[in-house]
Design a protein around this ligand. Structure first.
Ligand SMILES: CC(C)(COP(=O)(O)OP(=O)(O)OC[C@H]1O[C@@H](n2cnc3c(N)ncnc32)[C@H](O)[C@@H]1OP(=O)(O)O)[C@@H](O)C(=O)NCCC(=O)NCCS
Length: 162
């Protein structure tokens, strides 16, 4: 499958139910890839999901009306840039170009909102994610850290200069 049948949409706060659904799928499928947990996400209220959407550009990709992937852009005012987070593609849609469409959606959003840089973090060993980001021009900055206070696994930072 090429990416021609893929539709990418930007969620609004009213789409919180679709956001919750795909985010829970992502966390259940690939818990090792994210700093958040399924348990934490399940505990969020409907209003929490709405508020998350109010402060990010959350894109969802669908094929034939079924949601198959998501990624988001966040303002990073401390560094005058944007952050790409929350990237996930369902197993059946991997290797089809859906991931490229989602990266492009976030990068286009960053350009349209006046950002000159996009950062992201990748867990060490997540080769598929790193290769995807490399293909879109992201490079390792040399900065490494832990995924989070409750998750000491190493992650590294990548940057795309627009
Ligand atoms: C990361 C993810 C979005 C990439 O989507 P995808 O559809 O698999 O992406 P692609 O098909 O473009 O594959 C990316 C690259 O990784 C390679 N790859 C795919 N699966 C791989 C694997 N299991 N091990 C190593 N490399 C792999 C592909 O060959 C491709 O490399 P290439 O550009 O040199 O050809 C998807 O794998 C995913 O959702 N993973 C779980 C969540 C996740 O890790 N999110 C990223 C958080 S930073």
């Amino acid at each position: 499958m090429g990416d021609s049948g893929v539709r990418v949409r930007l969620l609004t706060a009213d789409d919180w139910s679709a956001f919750r659904s795909i985010r829970l799928r992502a966390l259940a499928d690939a818990p090792q890839a994210f700093g958040s947990t399924l348990e934490h996400a399940r505990a969020r209220t409907d209003q929490d999901w709405r508020e998350l959407l109010a402060h990010r550009a959350q894109f969802v990709a669908s094929v034939d009306g079924s949601d198959v992937g998501t990624a988001a852009g966040l303002d990073d005012p401390e560094r005058s840039g944007a952050h790409l987070i929350s990237m996930w593609v369902a197993g059946k849609a991997r290797g089809t170009g859906v991931s490229d469409r989602l990266v492009r959606a976030v990068v286009d959003w960053a350009v349209d909102t006046g950002h000159r840089k996009v950062w992201l973090e990748v867990a060490a060993g997540n080769t598929a994610a790193e290769r995807l980001y490399l293909r879109h021009g992201f490079v390792r900055t040399g900065i490494q850290g832990m995924i989070g206070p409750a998750d000491p696994r190493p992650e590294f930072e990548m940057l795309l200069e627009l």
